[in-house]
Structure formats: structure tokens, C-alpha cells
Design a protein. Structure first.
Ligand code: NAP
Ligand code: GFB
Length: 323
């Protein structure tokens, strides 16, 4: 990026957006830290409702971004997805339509949008890679969210072919870290279990893990993902998506997650599984070889260190965090 770059981050007040803000403000190196000629703007829904074209147009007129990191979305864990499939599809489609169209209208040089490893085909071979996004229907539990997200990739190729736009996307695996959403019903597993374990310890009540604990997941620490987003914005030139995940060898079970949280919180009690609750996808093992080819020296934060940092943030910010 040569002359002054104005980088608009939608969803700047969320889990991933706050991590990008943290990295830009705390990293000093040239690779991930803020650069001289960059102005970073972090949006929340207070700046405008991205489902509304007029709001998005006003945001672009106000900031005239040269680059966009598009994180804003309706987001949630398995149980919220199962309950609100149309909302996930429709709200995210509206936001994506408005952001990409205004980015084209305002000649934004590059847009990086966000998919998810949970949108891949349910019936698939493993490990999953970037070429498989559209190779079959997603898991039924989140087909609304999944198809909405897949359309970003379709949009990106159509904008590139018709208007030459440089719109691309990344495919993060499950993300966790400070500023997560800790709602007990709608959150993802790691923040949900963090909150449940905290309450069990505080109130001496049972700590219940939903499902069998057997499903497998790869988790990426939000601050590691943030660095990879900044790298993607600056260095990644393809239109095709790129998976941003830890390796297959770092896949853990939901029980491993519960054990990790118990250890980080020094919870002395027992926990039980409520197998009447859904397990969702058994696994969605993603291959990060494409990323490692581009940035072979990238170091992921060890899972237990990342959980410890996240739990400490949770305990220090309990009164004000999303729950
Ligand atoms: P999050 O914590 O729920 O944050 C969502 C962000 O989007 C917030 O800043 C929110 O603003 C904003 N937003 C939502 N609806 C909006 C609207 N109508 N108008 C304007 N802004 C709106 O989500 P996240 O976990 O950071 O997710 C960021 C991106 O990563 C999403 O695209 C998500 O699909 C993707 N992703 C997440 C995960 C994960 O495990 N979390 C995994 C893979 C991919 P307010 O704060 O004002 O509500
Ligand atoms: O993060 P999560 O809700 O979503 O994880 P997915 C669900 C898994 O964790 C299931 C178990 O196996 C649940 O049975 N689990 C155990 C819990 N205790 C809890 C709990 O207290 N809360 C939650 N939420 N789960 C999502 C997609 O799939 O992945 C989204 O539905 C999104 O669209 C996200 O993309 C990244 O990993 O199953």
C-alpha cells in the first residue's frame, strides 16, 4: 500500500475486530503492526446498520475507504444457528450485498471478507481444503449461515470478472479470545463453556457440557487470526479464499476444550455431559497447507496459553462483556 490507506474494518467491535484493533495497536513490527501511511477505522453497528444500503453508502461517503476488512455478520454457535437459519442467511446476505456493492462503487482497492470452516460440505473427504467450498450441501444445523457465507466467494469472482475488483476472502476455523460473545445459549462452545464453568465455580452449581464431548474442532486464537487477516490484506493477492487455521494435528475434542477451561479456571468440581443436546458436525478438519506455503514461519499461540489469556480477560471484564 503506497499512499495513505484508509482501512475500514466492519465488525470492529466484535471478537475478531477487537483482536485486529489490539494487534494494530500493540504490534510494533512492520509485518503486523500499524504502518505510517495507514488509517484504521473500526466500525460497530452504532456507525450504521450494514443491512441498510443507505447506512452503508453514508459510511463509505464519510470514510472513503481504500481497503475494507469485512468482518460484520450475524454470528453464533451451533444452537443459535439451528434456531435462526433464515435470519443468518438473510441478514448476512444483506450486509454482504451492501458492503461489496459500495466497495465497487467507491473503487475500494481490496476487500477481505470472512467465510468459516463450518460452511464446507457435510459429506466430504478429509482434510478439507479451499477447493471444496461448494462441493455439496453444508451440515443441516447451519445451512442458512453457510449458504450466505458461500455467496461471498461467488460474489468475489463475479465482481472480479465483470469489474476487475480485487475482492477476496478468508476461511477461519473456530475462533476464541478476548471480547468474545459469552451468551449461554447463542455463543460458541469455548466462550459458552467458559461462562458456564465460571458460574459453576461461583455458585457451586453443576458444570454441564452439552452433547457427547466427542466432536472434533480446530481453534484459532483471535489475536493469531488478526495477524493473519492483516497479512491477507497486505500480501495475499488471490481472489480464491484461503483457510486461516491451526494444523490438522492441533484438532481437539470438545471434552479437551472443557478440560482446558477447567484447568485455566482452577475449577475443582466435576462436569457432566448432557447428551440430549446436539453434537452438530462431528468434524470439519481443515488443511492449512496453502497458508503455511505462504507464511511458513507463522507461529500460533499454544492452545493452553490462549485459553489462559482468554479466561483471564473474561474474569477481569465480567461486568461489561457480552453475556
Ligand atoms: P461477533 O463477535 O459477533 O461480532 C460481530 C460484529 O458484527 C460486531 O462488531 C457487530 O457490531 C457487527 N454487526 C453485526 N450485525 C451488524 C449490523 N447489522 N450492522 C453493523 N454491524 C453489525 O463476531 P466475530 O466472531 O468477531 O465474527 C467476525 C467474522 O468472523 C464474521 O464474519 C464471522 O462469520 C466470522 N467467523 C467467526 C468465527 C467464530 O468462531 N467466532 C469462526 C469463523 C468465522 P455490534 O458490536 O455493534 O453488534
Ligand atoms: O462452537 P459451537 O457452538 O459450533 O460448538 P460449531 C458446538 C459443539 O460444542 C457441539 C458442543 O458439539 C456442542 O454439543 N458444546 C458443548 C457446546 N457445550 C457447549 C456449549 O455450552 N455451547 C455451545 N455452543 N456448544 C459453528 C457453526 O459450529 O461453528 C457456526 O454453527 C460458526 O456457523 C461456528 O461457523 C464457527 O463449531 O459446531
Amino acid at each position: 500500500m503506497a499512499s495513505e490507506s484508509v482501512i475500514l474494518v466492519t465488525g470492529g467491535s466484535g471478537l475478531v475486530g477487537e483482536a485486529v484493533k489490539w494487534v494494530i495497536e500493540n504490534e510494533t513490527g512492520e509485518r503486523f503492526g500499524k504502518r505510517e501511511n495507514e488509517k484504521w477505522i473500526f466500525l460497530s453497528s452504532k456507525d450504521g446498520d450494514l443491512r441498510k444500503e443507505a447506512d452503508v453508502k453514508a459510511i463509505f461517503e464519510k470514510y472513503k475507504p481504500t481497503h475494507v476488512v469485512h468482518l460484520a455478520a450475524m454470528v453464533g454457535g451451533l444452537f443459535k444457528n439451528m434456531k435462526y437459519k433464515l435470519d443468518f442467511l438473510r441478514e448476512n446476505m444483506m450486509m454482504n450485498e451492501n458492503i461489496l456493492w459500495q466497495s465497487k462503487e467507491f473503487n475500494v482497492k481490496k476487500v477481505v471478507s470472512c467465510l468459516s470452516t463450518c460452511i464446507f460440505p457435510d459429506k466430504t473427504t478429509y482434510p478439507i481444503d479451499e477447493t471444496m467450498v461448494h462441493d455439496g450441501p453444508p451440515h443441516d444445523s447451519n445451512f442458512g449461515y453457510a449458504y450466505g457465507k458461500r455467496m461471498i466467494d461467488v460474489y468475489n469472482h463475479a465482481y472480479n470478472e465483470q469489474f476487475g475488483c480485487h475482492f477476496t476472502s478468508v476461511i477461519p476455523t473456530n475462533v476464541f479470545g478476548p471480547h468474545d460473545n459469552y451468551e449461554l445459549e447463542g455463543s460458541h462452545v469455548l466462550p459458552g463453556l467458559t461462562h458456564k464453568c465460571y458460574l459453576a465455580k461461583k455458585n457451586n452449581t453443576p458444570f454441564v457440557v452439552w452433547g457427547s464431548g466427542k466432536p472434533l474442532r480446530q481453534f484459532i486464537y483471535s489475536r493469531d487470526l488478526a495477524k493473519l487477516f492483516i497479512w491477507t490484506l497486505r500480501e495475499y493477492e488471490e481472489i480464491d479464499p484461503i483457510i486461516l487455521s491451526v494444523g490438522e494435528e492441533d484438532e481437539v475434542s470438545i471434552k479437551d476444550v472443557a478440560d482446558g477451561i477447567v484447568k485455566a479456571m482452577d475449577f475443582q468440581g466435576e462436569y457432566a455431559f448432557d447428551s440430549t443436546k446436539a453434537d452438530g458436525q462431528y468434524k470439519k478438519t481443515a488443511n492449512n497447507a496453502k497458508l503455511m506455503k505462504y507464511i511458513p514461519d507463522f507461529e500460533f499461540t499454544p492452545f493452553d496459553v490462549a485459553i489462559k489469556e482468554s479466561v483471564e480477560w473474561f474474569e477481569q471484564n465480567y461486568d461489561t462483556l457480552r453475556k
